[in-house]
Design a protein around this ligand. Structure first.
Ligand code: BG6
Length: 491
């Protein structure tokens, strides 16, 4: 078990305290950091939301959430009681003219680091920040954490960034993309820049193409109100998936300094070939699930999940082909796909190397598979290097695809912290490396916007796909047209 270094004592105010993200992710993350001694015992969590609740009411809700979302055996009664004693609640409507911001003055300790976590709709970010400022609650030691997506297009993102920027400096602003807190995502930096063998191979000389898949089995999970306005492109691709693409495609940064890493990611976003309106039809596929079955259980379609009678034009699946226009990546396509109600929950990156230029083996000696490096984000975080080896024993020289496998949990024999645990502690420490800088967010919207516009201008609805399938058949055609296939373990 690595040594845990406690962070400084802090107060963390969570706006949106009764929402799904807080109950399912943030409170469990804080609980684990408290249990492991990284969150000092005097630190406090102050939930803030519109509901009129007392501290006791909110502690009860928090306790229920922790019982549900903390692993069996990890919820220790004494630790839980001490943690809950540090949880408080402030009822407030941040958009109301008569909102009583002074309630925070009573609760917050002026000497501590303050984290204002905005787990609300982005439309509320501006009003919340202005309310905090007007009440004199923003100290030098304050930070603000913004959940994604920031806005719904470039203009709205820009407006939010400006509003928040009037109150918090860039150094105080932490735009969270929780994928960047996942262990394997951070391992990408280690894989590429702490090993000599891969960096030499990391280019179009050796790599044929890259695939990034983020598949989920869940549907709308009661988040239909948000999701139907967002869709897979804004919810997953504009942020999580483009960030993964950046970490794969970026040049080695000159140091691990936050800005040096983010400079390199930004260059990738700027090198993405813009999709012209006429490209969008051929290079993107959007889908929406209909009823089907997952793991043998019937599940309803998107509209039924949404509780809507009228059709919706929102995509729950997107696949696309992107190009990074640099020397390193010329002619190496990046195929991305993500969707809800797919057959399994799996997030992985496949680096597919080129086929043999020439084989000395008879063609019947093997079922050839070009080498691949599979980086598995979840479940079973790890990496697999796919290679050809000789079948053991006599009987002629026969070859089969096998692999070198690392499963991180097995290798290290420890629980892998949730992404939010690390990111929350990084916020307290003031380390922005794993957060998105303003220009990254804007560059990602700049690339995605022509797709949104082209889709909006085309009357065709997203293509239906049955829940439990790998999306519309057009997504398979998207890659097969180029003589390639989606990674078969996933299929
Ligand atoms: C969130 C999206 O950012 O990521 C959700 O809003 C999605 O729609 C979730 O389900 C997936 O995260 P994870 O960590 O479960 O892969």
């Amino acid at each position: 078990m690595p040594k845990i270094i406690p962070v400084a004592i802090f107060d963390c105010v969570v706006f949106g305290a009764t929402g799904d993200l807080t109950l399912r992710k943030l409170l469990p993350a804080l609980y684990y950091r408290f249990r492991d001694g990284q969150m000092p015992a005097q630190s406090r969590v102050i939930g803030a939301a519109r509901s009129k609740l007392s501290d006791e009411d909110y502690r009860e809700r928090a306790a229920q959430a922790l019982r549900k979302h903390v692993g069996v055996g990890d919820l220790e009664p004494d630790v839980l009681a001490s943690f809950l004693s540090q949880v408080h609640y402030v009822p407030i409507d941040a958009t109301a003219a008569d909102a009583d911001w002074d309630q925070f003055t009573v609760v917050l300790d002026p000497a501590r680091i303050r984290v204002f976590y905005l787990a609300t709709s982005p439309d509320l970010y501006g009003a919340t920040c202005l309310g905090l400022q007007a009440a004199g609650l923003v100290t030098e030691q304050s930070r603000v954490v913004l959940e994604k997506p920031i806005g719904h297009d470039l203009d709205s993102a820009h407006a939010i960034i400006e509003q928040v920027g009037r109150v918090f400096s860039e150094a105080q602003t932490f735009r969270i993309d929780h994928f960047l807190g996942k262990e394997t995502v951070q391992n990408l930096l280690a894989l590429r820049f702490a090993n000599t063998i891969f960096e030499r191979l990391w280019s179009s000389d050796v790599i044929d193409h890259v695939q990034i898949t983020v598949a989920e089995t869940v549907g709308l999970e009661g988040r239909g109100g948000y999701y139907d306005k967002s869709g897979a492109l804004r919810d997953m691709l504009q942020n999580h998936m483009l960030q993964l693409l950046c970490l794969i495609a970026m040049e080695p940064p000159v140091s691990l300094d936050a800005d040096r890493v983010r400079d390199e990611k930004l260059k990738v976003l700027r090198a993405l070939k813009p999709l012209e309106p006429h490209d969008v039809a051929g290079l993107t596929v959007r889908g929406q699930y209909t009823q089907g079955a997952i793991a043998g259980k019937p599940v309803p379609g998107y509209l039924a999940d949404l509780g809507a009678d009228d059709p919706s034009g929102t995509e729950s699946f997107v696949a696309l082909k992107a190009e990074v226009r640099t020397w390193r990546w010329a002619n190496v396509p990046f195929y991305l796909r993500t969707g809800k109600r797919l057959p399994k929950k799996v997030s992985e990156i496949v680096i597919q190397f080129r086929s043999l230029p020439f084989s000395i083996f008879p063609s019947e000696a093997a079922e050839w598979q070009p080498n691949s490096l599979i980086i598995r984000l979840q479940p079973e975080e790890g990496m697999r290097l796919g290679m050809m080896t000789k079948d053991p024993g006599p009987g002629g020289l026969r070859l089969s695809p096998t692999g070198l496998d690392i499963r991180f949990e097995k290798t290290f024999g420890m629980r892998f912290p949730d992404a939010y645990e690390r990111l929350l502690m990084d916020t307290v420490r003031g380390n922005p490396t794993l957060f998105m800088r303003r220009d990254e967010v804007e560059a990602a919207w700049t690339w995605v916007e022509p797709i949104l516009e082209a889709w909006a201008s085309r009357p065709d609805q997203p293509r239906p796909y049955p829940a439990g399938s790998w999306g519309p058949t057009a997504a398979i055609a998207l890659i097969e047209r180029d003589g390639r296939t989606w990674h078969e373990d996933v299929e």
